[in-house]
Design a protein around this ligand. Structure first.
Ligand SMILES: C[S@@+](CC[C@H](N)C(=O)[O-])C[C@H]1O[C@@H](n2cnc3c(N)ncnc32)[C@H](O)[C@@H]1O
Length: 203
């Protein structure tokens, strides 16, 4: 195991007004989207809690740099929150309707976040690897982003319970040394882990 646990978040600050306004709008759009029953595999995180965790990681400079990626970005809210905390953020999402919603939301709030419609599983993953129903990247995700999985300093994911192990394995195998994996598991449960090794770069 090359991952070490980081201390849990202390709880973050009171939400700034611009973040509150952004989340109000995002949550309204998500409610309408879900009422139309578009993508059953999409379940949003608790965004206020995620903001607190990302805020603490940024404030305490616990990531080696500022490159952030949301694996399975859904509506893109977490990647947008990361951009509001000055991370250079992008999101990878398999469902095209969600990518369109995420791009619109980021545009409407002038947030510089790139979303690509692809799988976050690199196409270099071995065909025999047990990645369940998760699709392997068929679109050269990382070419489209101009970034490789080991460029990122911080990855966020909200995996379904049966994908937790796969998410961890992918991170362990492909992320750079020093990168941080933040996973949300429902309620107030998060895991914060760092990949061991040299990786102290901070941009
Ligand atoms: C539980 S939702 C979380 C959405 C978002 N990250 C959030 O926290 O609000 C998981 C998302 O991952 C997407 N997804 C599942 N497998 C994927 C894959 N291989 N590559 C990219 N996205 C994927 C789903 O379409 C869904 O939007």
């Amino acid at each position: 195991m090359s991952l070490v646990d980081l201390p849990p978040s202390k709880g973050g600050p009171v939400l700034p007004g611009d973040v509150r306004a952004f989340l109000r709008e995002a949550e309204q759009r998500i409610e309408q989207f879900q009422a139309a029953g578009h993508v059953p595999g999409f379940v949003p995180s608790d965004f206020e809690r995620v903001y607190s965790v990302l805020h603490d990681l940024a404030a305490e400079e616990l990531t080696p740099g500022k490159l952030f990626c949301e694996w399975g970005s859904g509506f893109g809210v977490v990647a947008c929150l990361a951009a509001m905390l000055d991370f250079d953020a992008c999101g990878i999402e398999i469902d095209g309707t969600l990518v369109a919603e995420a791009r619109q939301l980021a545009d409407d709030f002038d947030l510089p976040v790139q979303f690509v419609r692809c799988s976050f599983i690199p196409n270099s993953a071995e065909p025999g690897d047990a990645y369940g129903w998760l699709s392997i990247d068929e679109n050269d995700t990382h070419d489209e982003l101009g970034l490789a999985p080991d460029d990122f300093d911080i990855i966020f994911a909200y995996p379904w319970p049966d994908e937790e192990r796969l998410t961890e394995d992918l991170f362990e195998r492909y992320a750079r040394a020093g990168a941080v994996l933040v996973t949300y598991h429902g309620g107030d449960e998060f895991q914060l882990r760092r990949k061991k090794g040299r990786g102290s770069r901070r941009r």
